[in-house]
Design a protein around this ligand. Structure first.
Ligand code: SER
Length: 319
């Protein structure tokens, strides 16, 4: 991982991953891309940046060739809630975008990373300690694209020898860039609302447990997996990873330890609730621990303290 092209860089993961890679690998060794180019955005201004629609394979190939990339990190995709609203577009972006990124990686012999998700599981999957290798019959378009993506990445490895790697991310919580259109977004919004209003109306019902992770652990996971020696990996794509699992009451209580006056009520969104109910409660992550020593640092309370501190600095700057 020396010269890295990243797609979807203005998203929740991309904005923080690009910052870390630029720091570690050098500004000239990271080419950030996204379909938009917002003036003044640090991802656009502080290093190499090109506009790229991942549906444009020709441009993707040209950019990666000219940059002399050795690694592709493909992040551009639609998340679960928005994909349910636009299933045909979601299929197109998530699958054709992935196929293009894999084709460019095959042609240029790039090491490759793309995330899968807890969304790749469905209601028939064992919910507690969900195994690495298990039944996957998701009922959402997002989940269908994620399972197909996992299989496609495995295929590109076995058929063409592309060094494909990936994880199944749980809900990711961060203060830098908001997630867009996911089912686990409530666990980010709750911190914003706690600081802005002291209260939150939760769209996910009490008792709905989902896996989650704080962004610094997610970024470490990407870098650690990409740098793991190939001979250590039995699996390659779609490693289960998670740092914590909680329901809305538990995150509320964690916030109340820092902000005792914080309150929460419920107004359950049936679409989001249906998606959440079809996902696991807790993933079994031992395969990632065994094969590349995955070890997250943040639990719920540690994350809450850091999140509230960093987010209040950010919100103060914006005001
Ligand atoms: N955070 C994602 C979503 O909710 C799950 O991968 O869509």
């Amino acid at each position: 991982m020396k010269r890295i092209i990243v797609t979807g860089c203005l998203g929740q993961i991309g904005s923080e991953l690009v910052y870390r890679l630029r720091q570690e690998k050098g500004l000239d060794n990271v080419l950030a891309t996204d379909i938009r180019k917002p003036e003044g955005h640090p991802v656009v201004e502080e290093g190499l940046f090109e506009v790229l629609d991942v549906l444009d394979e020709e441009k993707m190939l040209a950019l990666a060739t000219e940059f002399e990339a050795d690694t592709m990190i493909h992040l551009a995709s639609l998340l679960s809630s928005v994909a349910e609203d636009k299933p045909q577009i979601a299929w197109h972006i998530n699958m054709s975008g992935l196929m293009n990124a894999l084709e460019v990686s095959r042609k240029l012999n790039l090491q490759f990373f793309t995330p899968s998700s807890i969304g790749a599981f469905g209601p028939e999957t064992p919910k507690i300690n969900t195994p690495q290798d298990t039944l996957q019959r998701p009922k959402t378009m997002y989940g269908i694209t994620k399972v197909a993506g996992e299989l496609l990445c495995d295929y590109y490895h076995t058929k063409f020898g592309v060094d494909t790697r990936g994880v199944r991310f749980p809900g990711l919580i961060s203060y830098d860039t908001l997630p867009g259109g996911g089912t686990t977004d409530y666990a980010v919004e709750i911190y914003y609302e706690a600081l802005k209003n002291g209260s939150y109306v939760c769209p996910i019902g009490k008792g709905t447990v989902m896996d989650m992770m704080y962004m610094p652990d997610a970024i470490n996971a990407i870098v650690d997996l990409m740098e793991a020696p190939e001979e250590q990996l039995i699996h390659r794509n779609a490693f289960n990873i998670s740092a914590m699992s909680f329901d809305p009451e538990e995150i509320k209580e964690s916030i109340q330890k820092v902000m005792p006056d914080f309150t929460m009520t419920y107004d359950v969104n049936p679409k989001l609730q249906g998606i959440a109910d079809s996902w696991p409660d807790t993933l079994d992550c031992h395969v990632a621990k065994d094969e590349w020593q995955f070890s997250p640092i943040y639990d719920l309370d540690k994350m809450t303290v850091d999140m509230l501190e960093k987010l209040s600095i950010k919100l103060a700057k914006e005001n």
